[in-house]
Design a protein around this ligand. Structure first.
Ligand code: TXA
Ligand code: MG
Length: 355
């Protein structure tokens, strides 16, 4: 595969927005790649009906071709063109959570290329709430296939600078608008059969889904801390995503014990002159040793959404500092915390210490 460098246009929302949307729309219509913000994370968009454009996404990200893309729409009416059946349960979920951070998996229609679905007979569709994303979809007149706009294997981007770091020179345009709210990718729900299955946890939680459709389960292959029960139904969930360059260990237990354990590890590693990263919270940040450490807070434990929002940016920040070891506290699994811990555990390669 050729590896030619292309000039990436960067358009900042807030100045000449009209020109930015026009340029981006024309790039998409010609089969090019445009990164854009959504309420969850930045996406890397291309015309979802073009196999050629989809292939460019895989090449730019270095993404395995069996990992399907999510198709983004701006209006519910567009769904009928992309999918075969919309069940009553799917409709109820759409009424409740669209526009928003929820992706639904349906049986695909014939117009959706297999290059977008990774060869599957199903297609994942999302109707985002982010105004910039919606404008782009509408102006382009395209259905936009968009995975997260990171290099495969790196944390998803929540800031334009993350996208620039990973994809500059590889894609045609980046729309910069740092108003990403959730910070963790959408909840993916399989509605292609009568059994409602959550394939990837997100801001829309299992409890919220059950309130709408009654029975719903988490894909057993991703439910446990150790993914052992078969292959996940979302092909992307089998990869060790969100991996920081450093070795990451999660320390779980009473607050004081966690702090004492991490501080003792820091002391031991400091003897060998190893710099250690610590993922803390506002409540604990002042209790850690400053001996050769970089300490970052994800936010307050009182605000689970805030912790989710900062996770990826903090993982990337540790990478930038060239740290070899990261110790992270464990976080609440309530509400969006379920998704936060799912991502953190994957980033840690399931390495959890109980103290
Ligand atoms: O919040 C999000 O969903 C973001 C923004 C940009 O919308 N997108 C995103 O895309 O996270 P990506 O490609 O990073 O993750 C898509 C996930 C993968 O795990 C993939 O395997 C799964 O969706 N997926 C896509 N199509 C599927 C299908 N037909 N059946 C099962 N899983 C599917
Ligand atoms: Mg991704």
């Amino acid at each position: 595969m050729e590896d030619k460098i292309i000039e990436t246009i960067i358009g900042k929302i807030g100045q000449n927005d009209n020109e930015i949307y026009e340029k981006a729309a024309s790039i998409l219509q010609k089969g090019g790649l445009v990164a854009f913000p959504t309420e969850t994370v930045y996406g890397l968009g291309a015309d979802a009906l073009s196999s050629q454009a989809a292939k460019k996404i895989y090449a730019a990200k270095g993404r395995p071709s069996d990992n399907p893309l999510i198709v983004h729409i701006a209006d519910v009416e567009a769904l009928d063109k992309l999918v075969k059946n919309v069940s009553d349960k799917a409709k109820a979920l759409m009424d409740k959570f669209w526009p928003g951070p929820m992706t639904l998996v349906f049986e695909k229609s014939d117009i959706v290329p297999y290059d977008v679905t990774g060869g599957l007979e199903t297609v994942a569709v999302r109707l985002p709430s982010h105004e910039t994303a919606r404008q782009l979809i509408r102006r382009s007149g395209c259905y936009i296939a968009a995975p997260s706009a990171n290099t495969s294997g790196r944390p998803s981007p929540t800031l334009a600078e993350h996208v620039i770091e990973d994809l500059s020179g590889k894609i045609d345009m980046i729309i910069a608008d740092d108003t990403v709210e959730v910070g963790i990718e959408s909840t993916i729900i399989d509605v292609s059969t009568d059994e409602i299955l959550v394939l990837r946890p997100g801001f829309i939680t299992l409890d919220m889904i059950r309130e709408v459709v009654g029975k719903a389960e988490l894909d057993p292959a991703i439910a446990g801390d150790r993914s052992v029960v078969g292959q996940p139904k979302a092909p992307g969930m089998k990869y060790r995503h969100y991996a920081p360059k450093a070795e990451l260990k999660i320390v779980q237990g009473d607050k004081d014990k966690v702090i004492a354990y991490i501080n003792s590890q820091v002391e031991a590693l400091a003897k060998d002159n190893v710099r250690v990263g610590i993922m803390a919270t506002d409540e604990s940040i002042d209790s850690y040793s400053r001996n050769n450490t970089v300490i970052k807070s994800l936010g307050s434990r009182a605000n689970e959404a805030d912790i989710a929002k900062h996770l990826y940016a903090v993982l990337r920040a540790f990478d930038d500092e060239g740290i070899g070891y990261i110790f992270s506290e464990s976080f609440s699994r309530n509400s969006v915390g379920q998704a936060t811990m799912n991502r953190l555990i994957k980033a840690a390669g399931h390495c959890i210490v109980e103290v």
